[in-house]
Design a protein around this ligand. Structure first.
Ligand code: F6P
Length: 320
């Protein structure tokens, strides 16, 4: 049996560890693996090469993706997908593991439905915006990276008695801001799921000041930004406070994966290979209550993102 693996969309820490798990677990099951470069673009251009257990040595600890990644909007085109399917068929490849986010899963599903390529998705995105799984690969590392950077910000902000608004990624999800906000003791967390009431935010900052707080961290999800807008709103209500902004950007997408992400990668990769070996496709793997699960892509993508209000409310209490 022959399968292929690719990474698609934004890179996420742990993608390399997942590639390694797929290649090594497949090798253990006597399955040959091709690595496709640059995601779906590589599939269309036939940029793929056979991988071996040794070709994935020394990558478990590296961020990014050794296969490189890209976004491929042309993949919505049937003819483009047909070329990709033909390239796989010409090499006798019957299964494909796609490591990426929701857009990548949609492309993979079309390949399965139109051409019968057995496809399995591994959720790889820092955003944690896939509702069917408790965690996506890369989220834990990104949260840790944000927390480490906010530690540095806290030092300088408290020394100067300033308020910093830190903008983090997440696209239209607020999970990175929520988790990193709690982990770094942020005074305020602003997320797209719960639109900001700036009068309330100003009240919290003012109350903190009267209670002896000399500086504050506001954790802002990019979907609730932009940061300049937040600062303008708050400055007009609290002209006596000194505001600064910090957009963490792509710093939070790189770096060595955390232990939790490496563990997820190992478990996801092994399950993906097992599913392909059993002859199924059009499915995604995930984790629920620390158990690895799999389900149909359609079902997984239809689940609405649920924001964790318990954590959000806890954050408010703990930052008083
Ligand atoms: O999906 C991952 C992500 O990092 C989002 O959080 C962010 O909005 C987007 O990708 C940035 O994309 P790009 O790397 O193309 O600028």
């Amino acid at each position: 049996m022959r399968i292929a693996v690719l990474t698609s969309g934004g890179d996420a820490p742990g993608m390399n560890a997942a590639i390694r798990a797929v290649v090594r677990y497949a090798g253990y099951r006597d399955i040959e693996v091709f690595g496709v470069e640059r995601g779906y673009i590589g599939l269309v251009n036939d940029d793929m090469k056979m991988m071996s257990k040794r070709s994935v040595s020394g990558i478990v600890q590296r961020g990014g993706t050794m296969l490189m990644t890209a976004r491929c909007p042309e993949f919505v085109d049937y003819e483009v997908r047909r070329r990709a399917a033909e390239n796989l068929a010409n090499r006798d490849i019957s299964g494909l593991v796609v490591i990426g986010g929701d857009g990548s899963f949609r492309g993979m599903n079309a390949l399965y439905k139109d051409f019968g390529i057995k496809t399995i998705g591994i959720p790889g995105t820092i955003d944690n915006d896939l509702a069917y799984t408790d965690y996506t690969l890369g989220f834990d590392t990104a949260v840790n990276t944000v927390v480490n950077n906010v530690n540095n910000l806290r030092d300088t902000m408290s020394s100067h008695e300033r308020v910093v608004v830190v903008e983090v990624m997440g696209r239209s999800a607020g999970d990175i801001a929520l988790y990193a906000g709690i982990d770094s003791g942020a005074e305020i967390i602003l997320v797209p799921e719960r639109p900001a009431n700036f009068d309330e935010v100003a009240k919290v900052l003012d109350r903190g000041k009267r209670n002896g707080k000399t500086s504050a961290i506001i954790m802002l999800a990019e979907g609730a930004g932009p940061v300049d807008n937040v600062i303008t709103e708050l400055k007009s209500r609290l002209p006596e406070l000194h505001f600064r902004s910090c957009v963490l950007g792509h710093i939070q997408r790189g770096g060595a994966p955390s232990g939790a992400d490496r563990m997820l990668a190992a478990r996801f990769g092994a399950r993906a290979v097992e599913l392909l070996e059993s002859g199924v496709g059009g499915r995604v793997v995930g984790i629920k209550n620390n158990e690895i699960i799999d389900m149909a892509v359609d079902e997984a993508l239809a689940m609405p993102h649920v924001f964790n209000d318990n954590l959000y409310n806890l954050a408010k209490i703990l930052s008083l």
